[in-house]
Design a protein around this ligand. Sequence first.
Ligand code: URA
Length: 211
Amino acid sequence: MADTLTIVDHPLIQHKLTILRNKETPTAHFRQVLREVAFVLGCEATKDLALGEVTIETPLEKVNAPYLEGKKLCFVSILRAGNGLIEGLLDLIPSARVGHVGLYRDHETLEAIEYYFKTPDKLNERLVIMVDPMLATGNTAIAAANKLKDAGARDIKFLCLVAAPEGVEKFSKAHPDIPIITAALDRELNEIGYILPGLGDAGDRIYGTKG
Ligand code: URA
């Protein structure tokens, strides 16, 4: 598998992912658990942020202590399911900016078609973490990364919850410079582009728009 792929197999994440996979999990609980998982995945995605040093005083003495040097951050939600990860990431880094990319999958060709694009300025100075719970065919993520690069982004990571081997391969070929962080690498895609075993349609699970 691609060497740009990181699977975060922390027991808490794996436990929460089981809750998310379970079709009996109600919408409100699904949303809450997804938020919690996003927080932990966000820790992994930001683990190489540069640290500087600042001198502070504890109640007992002076100490040189680490602090974030302040590389600007931008989370980019691939609509609509990406929004399910954004709250958890903002819990982790409240000052981050948020962009949105709207791409839908043509159900016949499975190609990504853009309908919305809005990001903060100076993308070239930011660590851009684009998020979508599902890396399935890879078409949407590839198109989103293309758009972000066109808009100036140079330092991009892709954070997802569940990835299909087909999507990882295609995405890492198209964007070998973009690390992929995921909670699970599933078995395969089915004939209509859903991940198996997966968790179903992430947008429908987050927003309760089916059944
Ligand atoms: N998008 C989803 O929401 N689920 C899948 O399994 C594949 C793509």
